[in-house]
Ligand binder design. Structure first.
Ligand code: NAG
Ligand code: NAG
Ligand code: NAG
Ligand code: NAG
Length: 185
């Protein structure tokens, strides 16, 4: 998903150059606060753990491969979080993105047990359930098709083929870095 973003943007270098500044990469693209799980109460241990976990993610200066996973607390107050950056993002920019993302989630999902936030550069996600090494197919997708006027079958077919290719390639990366690029002619 993340790599596809890079890719979709890379289709249109002129467009990017003309109307998109570097800061656009920190426009919040999408987020989901899980409403189904209900809200935890203010001042709860879950809330404190969440705050700490999200801080730990963006404060880690050891990791330089763009993948952060932190867990804190015991059930039922355990918070598990994953921060991931696009594979070509420098560690410093990655941490900045995750920091902004953490603040965004705290503000927009003030009492959610589970939430996810997407920027172009990074994705931040936390949950009270175990999420490390667990395949998740129920998160939302985001890709920017704003500049494509006709989203028809042919477009969807091409897009799906592209994403499937990226997924396979990315999955073959090493255990720390999952990133793929495909150049279309
Ligand atoms: C949970 O909190 C959000 C944001 O404060 C609020 O909009 C929503 O109605 C709450 N949901 C429940 C089930 O209380
Ligand atoms: C976090 O990810 C690293 C690298 O994939 C892994 O070695 C480690 O066990 C993970 N930590 C947790 C708490 O799952
Ligand atoms: C997460 O929190 C929700 C709401 O309290 C609860 O129903 C669910 O069982 C919790 N999940 C885990 C794995 O503890
Ligand atoms: C193409 O995919 C989008 C996103 O999944 C969907 O909303 C749209 O209906 C699809 N269009 C066609 C023509 O299948």
């Amino acid at each position: 998903m993340l790599s596809s973003l890079w890719l979709l943007f890379s289709f249109l270098p002129m467009f990017i150059t003309l109307i998109s500044g570097a800061n656009d990469q920190l426009i919040p693209r999408n987020h989901v606060c899980n409403q189904i799980l209900g809200n935890f109460s203010e001042g709860s241990d879950y809330g404190n753990n969440r705050k700490t976990v999200l801080e730990q993610i963006y404060s880690d200066t050891e990791i330089d491969y763009g993948f952060y996973n932190v867990s804190l607390g015991d059930n039922p107050y355990q918070v598990n979080a994953i921060g991931i950056c696009r594979g070509d993002v420098e560690p410093e920019d990655c941490r900045s993105c995750l920091k902004i993302s953490a603040a965004f989630l705290l503000e927009r999902c003030p009492q959610s047990y589970e939430a996810i936030q997407y920027y172009d550069l990074c994705t931040l996600r936390y949950s009270n359930k175990s999420i490390f090494g667990v395949k998740e197919t129920d998160t939302s997708d985001y890709y920017n098709i704003a500049t494509k006027t006709a989203v028809d079958d042919a477009f969807n077919q091409t897009l799906n083929d592209l994403l499937d290719g990226l997924k396979s390639t990315a999955a073959e990366g090493d255990s720390r870095k999952k990133f793929a690029e495909i150049m279309l002619q």
